[in-house]
Design a protein around this ligand. Structure first.
Ligand SMILES: O=P(O)(O)OP(=O)(O)OP(=O)(O)OC[C@H]1O[C@@H](n2cnc3c(O)ncnc32)[C@H](O)[C@@H]1O
Ligand SMILES: [Mg+2]
Length: 203
């Protein structure tokens, strides 16, 4: 396989997938390359449901194998919020800064050791024949009191990564791709990659 479609319009995700797949010699094509693909409504209540929804809808539309990513931030002191609603936590506008402010406001006064959180990523691979496979990846950390760093996207500036002693937004793309929820999920997918596509390789 020389090219894979990622069913996303999120530029941050696309850049990370491009770097991760380049190691395998695979080009990434995203929905940013298409003018006429509407957003898939994320009506699921779990990351897996939404990832499967996005992957199967786009695979049916394009008649090609596609990967979809549904991901988000889970904050323990907020009973798991923003969770599957991470992209639209502060409203439908998908405003990263407003989402960050909402999390920080809700966590005001919560001490550092209780600000535990994790990023979760579910990847769904959907084939045009209806086969679907999912894998997951998780990255543990803490929510800071203020945004720090310019890199990455979404909640990266308020997510402190203990093993790097910096926020996710202070890491280079390469460093984030060593430890992130997305990179871990993709590692799991790459482990089963040949098995997933063996019938296609034979024919
Ligand atoms: O559905 P697509 O088109 O893929 O793009 P999206 O931005 O809507 O993506 P999701 O529905 O999966 O929502 C995930 C949200 O969780 C946050 N998020 C996911 N991965 C992240 C990461 O690596 N760093 C920071 N925030 C992340 C970010 O706010 C995303 O918008
Ligand atoms: Mg989305």
């Amino acid at each position: 396989m020389k090219r894979i479609i990622i069913a996303t319009k999120n530029k941050g995700k696309v850049a990370e997938f491009q770097q991760l797949f380049s190691k395998k010699g695979i080009d990434v094509l995203s929905l940013l390359a298409y003018d006429d693909i509407p957003d898939v409504e994320e009506t699921g209540t779990t990351f897996a449901e939404n990832a499967i929804l996005k992957a199967t809808t786009i695979a049916n539309m394009l008649h090609e194998t596609v990967i979809a990513d549904d991901s988000g931030l889970i904050v323990d002191a907020l009973n798991g919020e923003p969770g599957v609603y991470s992209a639209r936590y502060a409203g439908e506008g998908k405003n990263d800064q407003a989402n960050i402010e909402k999390v920080l406001t809700k966590l005001q006064g919560v001490p550092f050791e209780q600000r535990t959180a994790r990023f979760h990523c579910t990847l769904a691979v959907a084939k045009p024949n209806g086969d679907v496979t999912t894998v997951d990846g998780v990255c543990e950390g803490y929510i800071t009191e203020e945004p720090v760093g310019e890199n990455g996207f979404g909640y990266d500036p308020i997510f402190f990564v203990p093993e790097k002693q910096r926020t996710m937004a202070q890491l280079t793309k390469e460093e984030k791709n060593e430890i992130s929820h997305r990179a871990k999920a993709l590692q799991h997918l790459l482990h089963i990659w040949d098995k997933l596509f063996e019938k296609e390789n034979e024919s």
